[in-house]
Design a protein around this ligand. Structure first.
Ligand code: ADP
Ligand code: MG
Length: 310
């Protein structure tokens, strides 16, 4: 590489740390975190060119989505994401690629106050691995990723469908008006996460998952792991604004159920904790909607408000 590893780090991956837990960040042999009276949770996420992102995909978006998915997984456990490391493999020092990747990564990290504390850079096929560390007060129990039980209520925090609309538009299957196209594009390239939702389920939810593939797939996985099933009310699903404007043209509720989605959080809550959970959601003004019930029958069933099956 004409540009050295140190140049790359200094130019693209070094910015001021914001978290008091970070004692030593980039530049040292080992990063150092101090998290007194806190439990640490760790998410590892990897993307590879040609698999999780396309060679012609905007690197800023790939970086943002990588960090957003990792953050959502920690938030679903009730933890606050703090800091991450980045292991990069690059075929060459393509500065346009690096500048875009760095912009997407730093943009998300700054907004969510996540510090990049170290990493490694090697030559090879283009890929990125992050280890994202999150913390939870030591007297709090992380929300389990299995543990849903029949009778639990299901809540969804965040909106569905706008990112999936962008995929339909890109495939030429749908023509959106400009404002909706921009909303959908943004939702796909730079999806939001809801850090305020980290505190929502702690001590109340029986389980939670981040939606990082589709609502149907991620929820199904949680239910399978918990040994139960669920019935969802499609008309209660919280939709993004672009999908709300185009529901019929985009093929109806299907896109919210089965379309690619990233960032929403799904909680199962025992009936005994319902009132407290809803009060908490109202207090932090979380965009949180009741969407269905856990039951005994394995699998996911979808119905409309009048009770008819979809
Ligand atoms: P070398 O490979 O020359 O020994 P290091 O791998 O130790 O150098 O990297 C020097 C510093 O830069 C270390 O603090 C390391 O954590 C950090 N670093 C290396 N690559 C990255 C990267 N892609 N992103 C963030 N920090 C990095
Ligand atoms: Mg190195």
């Amino acid at each position: 590489m004409a540009v050295s590893e140190f140049d790359i780090i200094e130019r693209y991956f070094q910015w001021a740390c914001a978290r008091p837990e970070v004692i030593v960040g980039i530049g040292d042999d080992a990063a150092e975190l101090a998290a007194e009276s806190q439990r640490l949770l760790l998410d590892v996420s990897q993307i590879q060119e040609g698999r999780e992102f396309a060679a012609d995909q905007e690197p800023a978006s790939a970086a943002h989505r990588l960090l957003a998915a990792a953050s959502a997984r920690l938030l679903a456990r009730g933890a606050t994401p703090l800091a991450f490391t980045l292991a990069l493999s690059l075929p060459d020092a393509d500065e346009a690629w690096l500048a875009s990747f760095s912009q997407g990564l730093a943009g998300f990290a700054r907004r969510q106050q996540l510090d990049l504390i170290g990493g490694d850079t090697t030559r090879g096929p283009r890929s990125a691995v992050i280890h994202l560390h999150g913390a939870l007060a030591a007297d709090r129990t992380p929300i389990p990723s299995r543990g849903a039980a029949p009778g639990d209520l299901i809540y969804l925090c965040g909106e569905l469908g706008d990112g999936a609309l962008a995929v339909l538009q890109a495939a030429g299957e749908l023509q959106l008006v400009r404002a909706d196209r921009e909303r959908a594009d943004r939702a796909w390239r730079f999806p939001d996460i809801r850090p305020e939702c980290a505190g929502l389920g702690g001590g109340l939810a029986s389980s939670a998952t981040a939606i990082t593939s589709t609502l149907a797939q991620d929820l199904q996985m949680l239910l399978d792991a918990s040994g139960c099933g669920a019935t969802l009310q499609v008309q209660q699903l919280p939709l993004g604004p672009a999908l709300r404007n185009n529901l019929d043209r985009a093929g109806g509720w299907n896109i919210a159920m089965h379309g690619p989605a990233l960032g929403a959080l799904c909680f199962t809550v025992p009936a005994s904790a319902q009132a407290e959970f809803e009060q908490r959601a109202a207090r932090i003004e979380a965009p949180c909607a009741w969407v269905g019930m856990v039951d005994r029958n394995p699998g996911l069933r979808w119905q409309t408000d009048d009770g008819s099956a979809m």
